[in-house]
Design a protein around this ligand. Structure first.
Ligand code: NAD
Ligand code: IPM
Ligand code: MN
Length: 322
């Protein structure tokens, strides 16, 4: 029995994840779905936003559908999202940005870099250690290269090796792996890449980069497709996988039924693809495409549909179209 853990999290996670879950339930009523609570709500109830128990529950699932987490107001806060990514060793964060004439896959290293967690803060000085390891770089480079091969595309290595020694290692390892695999590749400084990807999205296919650069580049690139409400992601490791929108809990619009659920629905489609149901993933993607073509849109895209109403329309479309 395929088991899906569902984490709404906080804020608009409570609105967009039920929509995405319902679509999964329509396509796969035979899966077992179970809810795991982590985040702000959990912190309010127990004083802890995510305990070992929840990590253990997530590990029992074949895949996790995840919303977003609000940062709880606690001292020495450790991000729940980062804790889960590390605990499940979800080292490859795949963030597809697909639009008219371009199809970009951002491959973000997801376990180290500036998110090493090795840091300290004093009254006058704070430091964060940026850790780039050979093992970490080789495995993310290989994940990106596999995608290049599947897509018959090319690789762009995003880095800041002109300044950061850690990125010299990252760039060199990615270059060595790309040469060994015989895939076409180039490299670009991340600041220049951030602009060029907006000006010439067609020139990009798979982009591999370190943790925080991938975080920023993916939010920036969402501009190409209409904003954060549209971009999904997959967090993949060798044993576990978690699927979540790129956006956060959006407290500014939470509880108003105006959040765009497309990023969450697309994350559910990536989950189906991961579990081997490519046809189901395709049905979800094309239903979303038809909704947008018909002008059924949420407010961020200039439409009037609410989160639930948009979800209802996608669900109807999927049921109609076998
Ligand atoms: P955010 O992504 O939540 O929101 C940024 C902007 O985009 C806001 O104006 C928001 O209204 C808009 N937006 C986001 N998703 C949208 C959607 N589906 N439809 C329409 N508009 C949408 O980022 P933020 O405001 O910087 O962060 C808010 C909280 O979320 C913080 O506590 C942050 O730490 C957290 N966060 C969590 C995750 C995660 O859990 N994976 C990711 C990013 C941010
Ligand atoms: C994301 C988010 C997270 C990150 C935060 C909430 C820890 O911004 O998933 O893009 O920085 O990776
Ligand atoms: Mn982010």
């Amino acid at each position: 029995m395929t088991k899906i853990a569902v984490v709404e999290g906080d804020g608009i996670g409570h609105e967009v994840i039920p929509v995405a879950r319902r679509i999964l339930e329509i396509l796969h009523p035979e899966f077992e779905y179970f809810t795991v609570e982590v985040g702000y709500g959990m912190w309010e109830r127990t004083g802890c936003p995510c305990a070992d128990r929840e990590i253990a529950d997530l590990k029992t699932a074949d895949a996790v559908l995840f919303g977003a987490i609000t940062t709880p107001p606690m001292k020495d806060y450790q991000s729940v999202v980062l804790r889960i990514r590390k605990a499940l060793d979800l080292y490859a964060n795949l963030r597809p940005v697909k639009g008219e004439g371009f199809d970009i896959m951002i491959v973000r290293e997801n376990t180290e870099g500036l998110y090493s967690g090795i840091e300290e803060i004093g009254p006058d000085r704070a430091t964060t250690l940026r850790v780039v390891s050979r093992t970490g770089s080789e495995r993310i480079a290989r994940s990106a290269i596999r995608l290049v091969q599947q897509r018959h595309g090319h690789l762009t290595i995003g880095h800041k090796a002109n300044v950061l020694k850690s990125d010299v290692l990252f760039r060199d390892i990615c270059t060595t792996e790309a040469k060994a695999a015989g895939v076409p590749f180039n490299d670009k400084f991340i600041d220049a890449l951030a602009l060029d990807i907006l000006q010439h999205p067609v020139a990009y296919d798979v982009v591999v980069t370190t943790n925080i650069f991938g975080d920023i580049i993916s939010d920036v690139s969402s501009y190409l497709v209409g904003g954060l409400g549209l971009v999904p992601s997959a967090n993949i490791g060798d044993r576990y996988a978690l699927f979540e929108p790129v956006h956060g809990s959006a407290p500014d619009i939470a509880g108003k039924n105006i959040a765009n659920p497309i990023a969450a629905i697309r994350s559910a489609a990536m989950l189906l693809d991961y579990l081997g149901d490519r046809a189901g993933a395709g049905r979800v993607e094309s239903a979303i495409g038809r909704m947008l073509a018909q002008g059924i849109r949420t407010r961020d895209l200039g439409g009037a549909a609410g989160t639930r109403e948009f979800g209802d329309a996608v669900a109807r479309e999927i049921c109609r179209e076998p």
